[in-house]
Design a protein around this ligand. Structure first.
Ligand SMILES: Nc1nc2c(ncn2[C@@H]2O[C@H](COP(=O)(O)OP(=O)(O)OP(=O)(O)O)[C@@H](O)[C@H]2O)c(=O)[nH]1
Length: 327
């Protein structure tokens, strides 16, 4: 509901019923205005809070409580804090007027102005209050939307780093990770290893068992690789097609050889039958390369060396690992 549709709700607090009656009559002919009256100061705050007024008219001089104290109490109340208050006084008094505005009153009226002026002021203060409520609600909705957008962006960012089939990090993420870890290795002078892992006779597998079964194999091999990435900095990723990569920062070639052997064993232990393979089950070939990075070098030769090692493993009969040091 917008400000134009919400009703104006006037709440008058004055100990003199005659004033209450005069205001009631003044606003009676305006169908947009709902009027409520309270003559007892001690009931005022509770009544106001339950009525949700768009403007409060508060008499300054009341028998048991000073009107200014009530103005203060309205402003302390969470539900009334921003409701505009028109202070009603019996006389023009500069000092009282200035105190009323200092306490937070929005307006000061000497009882009682012409109905036309009274209604104009009631309308003006109520509309600006309702507009403010509307702006606050729009702002809150905007903040919620922004929050949702941030969350969606975060999900998208994570998805764009992940391969949809296997759940491993994809090539895009692998490249960025290699870049960061390589620079760290250059700084720290640590050996750096990489393994390329390729499923053996995968074309025949697809041709024999179907592409969907082939996809399931890739998922299982990805799982086996993930289990072999045991240190926090180790990263298993899908390189593309039926090829995977394992980044092993701060790992010498003996370590890379051990991880490569683990991958071979883990994949064999999956025991996925494959009629077209020599081992009669799904196996992989692993090519590994290790280098101690020097300044100014890039990791491209390391990737190339791992790739060559992987093809050497294929040519040597598949289902094996070839790991080399690159100098
Ligand atoms: N099911 C499935 N197959 C894929 C996917 N990506 C690549 N392939 C298949 O993987 C096969 C790779 O074939 P090749 O490069 O000839 O390798 P290979 O048959 O494994 O032979 P070797 O590597 O020499 O053992 C191709 O048939 C591709 O279509 C995928 O996401 N899902």
């Amino acid at each position: 509901m917008n400000a134009g549709e919400r009703r104006i709700v006037v709440f008058l607090v004055d100990d003199q019923p005659i004033i209450g009656e005069a205001v009631r009559r003044a606003v009676a002919n305006d169908p947009e205005i709902e009027f409520h009256y309270c003559s007892v100061a001690s009931d005022a705050v509770m009544m106001a809070a339950s009525l949700h007024p768009t403007v409060i008219m508060q008499d300054l001089v009341m028998p048991d409580v000073d009107g200014m104290t009530l103005v203060h109490l309205y402003q302390m109340h969470p539900a009334l804090r921003h409701v505009p208050i028109i202070v009603l006084s019996s006389k023009e008094d500069a000092a009282v007027k200035s105190q009323a505005f200092a306490t937070g009153a929005a307006d000061y009226l000497v009882k009682l102005p012409e109905p036309i002026e009274l209604i104009a002021r009631i309308r003006h203060h109520s509309r600006s209050y309702l507009n403010q409520l509307e702006r606050d609600a729009a702002y809150r909705a905007l903040r919620e939307n922004q929050q949702q957008l941030l969350e969606v962006n975060e999900v998208l960012r994570r998805l764009s780093d992940v391969d949809g089939l296997t759940g491993l990090n994809n090539r895009r993420y692998l490249d960025a990770y290699l870049d960061t870890e390589w620079r760290r290795a250059v700084r720290d002078g640590n050996p750096f290893s990489i393994l390329m892992v390729d499923v053996d006779d995968f074309k025949t597998y697809n041709d024999t068992y179907g592409h969907l079964a082939g996809d399931e194999v890739l998922k299982l091999v990805a799982g086996a690789m993930k289990r072999c990435a045991q240190r926090p900095a180790d990263l298993a990723a899908r390189y593309g097609g039926e090829e995977f990569a394992m980044v092993l920062p701060a790992t010498p070639s003996e370590g890379a050889q051990r991880v490569a052997d683990d991958i071979l064993a883990n994949v064999r232990n999956l025991a996925i039958p494959h009629r077209g393979s020599q081992a009669a089950c799904i196996t992989v070939s692993v090519g590994g390369a290790t280098v101690s990075p020097g300044r100014g070098e890039s990791y491209a030769p390391l990737l190339e060396a791992a790739d060559v090692a992987m093809y050497d493993a294929k040519h040597a009969g598949k289902n094996r690992a070839v790991v080399r040091e690159v100098h």
